[in-house]
Design a protein around this ligand. Sequence first.
Ligand code: ADP
Ligand code: ASP
Ligand code: MG
Length: 422
Amino acid sequence: MAVVVMKFGGTSVATIERIQNVARHVKREVDAGNKVAVVVSAMSGVTNQLVSWVNDASEKRLYDTKEYDAVVATGEQVTAGLLAIALQTLGLKARSWTGWQIPIETSTAHGSARILNIPGDEMRARIDTGEVAVVTGFQGIEPTEKRVATLGRGGSDTSAVAMAVALKADVCDIYTDVDGVYTTDPRIVPKAKRLPKISYEEMLEMASLGSKVLQTRSVELGMVYKMRTRVLSSFVAPDAMQAFDPKHIENIGTIVCDEDEIVEQQVVSGIAYAKDEAKVTMLNVDDKPGIAARIFGPLADANINVDMIVQNITPDGKKTDMTFTVQAGELPRALAVLKQAQADIGHFDIKSSADVVKISVIGVGMRSHAGVAAKMFKTLSDKGINIHAISTSEIKISVLIDAAYAELAVRSLHTAYGLDSD
Ligand code: ADP
Ligand code: ASP
Ligand code: MG
């Protein structure tokens, strides 16, 4: 008998029929003797609708984030109740739970709160009796003011992994609208291949570099607590899948696991792209010690995350150009902060564009293989694609290019690294 956490995303619970389909997936596990907690997202499109109502109701989008959370957390409550009803209709014992009831304790950062603690004993005792716990994803309660707090978009993945850790589950199964993690977004590259396994580290890079199949924080949690996480399709017929069995884990979907569990490691495992990037170029900045601190200090103080940074070398050593990227949504604020800091920075001209994308190739094999970056640059240059900025880490290389070339770049790189399916 195993403890299984099953998470179903927005498209998987988009209609009553799909919720009934989800109920049948859950029943399969219960019938096999597994103890089950389910984490659900809001029905597809609902969170977007709630966010847009908040925006419309506020002036210049300067809303109170506590009230933003009060509104956007409601979507999950609807799905949890509906799924509990669908489960009861199938003859199962089931009860729905919101974040504050469990309680899923979070930080006070409304809109992007982190889970701090989940006391799992009572829930565990309940599921041990055979009752299915249906838990709202994406939300918790911050203990100081006892207000609902949400975890950032895509946060139900994180709720699921955190619940799995709290319940000491044997597996956290993330059911979604694709049947696993692919070498790149299968909606962009039809020749993308499903990866039977991917290491936590690579998945972490993929997620943080734009592959939204798992929220970054959920992978971080999985990695820290060594929670076995699988990505599976909810659209496979419930009776066509085997119930979870820790002694024989079926080779369906993708297992996120430790690197040493993967026998045949590729040099490049995947390609990610992120559209929400913006580029800022500061021209004719004084080339002298301390200038970078005067630019990036105020940005950091304003909580603006800077990602790629390129500084040009100037022949005369007097003036330089500095290019960097921020999240597209932060661009207006970044420009305002720099303007404010002008007196301290000295003279500069400034250009910015949100018409850029970041393309990244990821693979733990890069640690021991040379030439991965060279191949990336050659592939892009053969297609006439200009690179604005580059950044690297031990297991990834990212480039910033014009948004118009995003799909061409991803497809060409996918072929160049031998990732295309036959
Ligand atoms: P859910 O609503 O179930 O949480 P999401 O839309 O958040 O689902 O995530 C699933 C989507 O992630 C897929 O439909 C797919 O388009 C996208 N995606 C991006 N990169 C990848 C990848 N490397 N592998 C699989 N899916 C990916
Ligand atoms: N419903 C939330 C969102 O759309 C959380 C989630 O689906 O994971 O972002
Ligand atoms: Mg998601």
